[in-house]
Write a protein that binds this ligand. Structure first.
Ligand SMILES: Nc1ncnc2c1ncn2[C@@H]1O[C@H](COP(=O)(O)OP(=O)(O)OP(=O)(O)O)[C@@H](O)[C@H]1O
Ligand SMILES: [Mg+2]
Length: 266
């Protein structure tokens, strides 16, 4: 049984007054429970579009996506949002923490829409999660009082607080220095191992791609397996072209399962 599978997934957009643009082209990818996959590719190759597909934020133009072997298109929008909120944790380059809220409040947020015991115990659960990422002494700190690495730890705690079965990360270390980036990746690996979550990491950093068990390269919307990303060193031009692009903050609300919060989990 697969956790998530993309079969022959194509995504085409038709920009105004322009010919159709194929962003993803016949993508096949099967993610097993506990899997660890990396995807590298230059800027504009379709990485974020792929991540949006994997995160059930976007639907394919053709092809099929299944979650727990059930076609995702059988789900209503509300069911899909609920599934996303419960089963998928997103980590972005931008930490997207709510600026006026403490670390604890930020991590508690995804639990506000849960029910029963989890709802009543939400502060305890969030505090435990922050302890797990080594920030038990920072519960009441506002994001602007935290270092970049600490902010990413809070963001990771927030992404993982509902115990997702799939962790999707888009350039998670892009805004961090090398050492901090490595320790953040160790942290994600640690939590994933402990909880059995699968991971898909999108990165231009070969040392991070290498941590994964299976490696892929995305080139103009075509996904192909590579043996070892370290053997395919990126050129300087690759790196330049892979300069980070801004994320749409609305995507992140959706990513937290909050876009359709009203009534979807009540
Ligand atoms: N809705 C859209 N309409 C038109 N073009 C789009 C749309 N969404 C994405 N694109 C284009 O599709 C291509 C792939 O975009 P995507 O954001 O997936 O790339 P990426 O690999 O994540 O790039 P980066 O590394 O810079 O983040 C880009 O050329 C982008 O401009
Ligand atoms: Mg991108």
């Amino acid at each position: 049984m697969s956790l998530l599978a993309l079969r022959e997934v194509t995504r085409t957009v038709i920009p105004q007054d322009q010919p159709a643009l194929t962003i993803l082209n016949g993508v096949d990818l099967v993610i097993e429970p506990g899997d660890h996959v990396s995807v590298v590719g230059r800027s504009g190759s379709g990485k974020s579009t792929l991540l949006n597909m994997l995160g059930l934020l976007d639907t394919p133009t053709s092809g099929e996506i299944t979650f727990d072997d059930r076609p995702v298109k059988q789900y209503s929008a509300a069911q899909r949002d609920r599934l996303r909120g419960a089963a998928i944790g997103f980590v972005f380059q931008q930490f997207n923490l709510l600026p006026g809220r403490t670390a604890l409040e930020n991590v508690t947020m995804p639990l506000l829409y849960s029910t029963g015991r989890t709802f009543w115990r939400r502060k305890r659960i969030a505090a435990d999660m922050l302890a797990l990422v080594g920030l038990e002494h920072r519960l009441n700190s506002l994001p602007d009082r935290l270092s970049g690495g600490e902010q990413q730890r809070v963001a990771i705690a927030r992404s993982l607080v509902r115990g997702p079965r799939l962790i999707l990360a888009d350039e998670p270390t892009g805004a961090l220095d090398l050492d901090t980036g490595q320790s953040v990746m160790e942290l994600i690996d640690d939590v994933a191992e402990r909880t059995g979550a699968a991971q898909v990491i999108i990165t231009h950093d070969p040392t991070i791609a290498r941590r994964a068990r299976r490696h892929f390269r995305l080139d103009r919307g075509v996904l192909t397996p590579v043996d070892d990303p370290a053997f395919e060193p990126l050129t300087r031009r690759d790196r330049k072209e892979m300069a980070p692009a801004a994320e749409d903050p609305l995507d992140d609300l959706a990513a937290l399962g909050l876009a359709d919060a009203h009534g979807s989990d009540a």
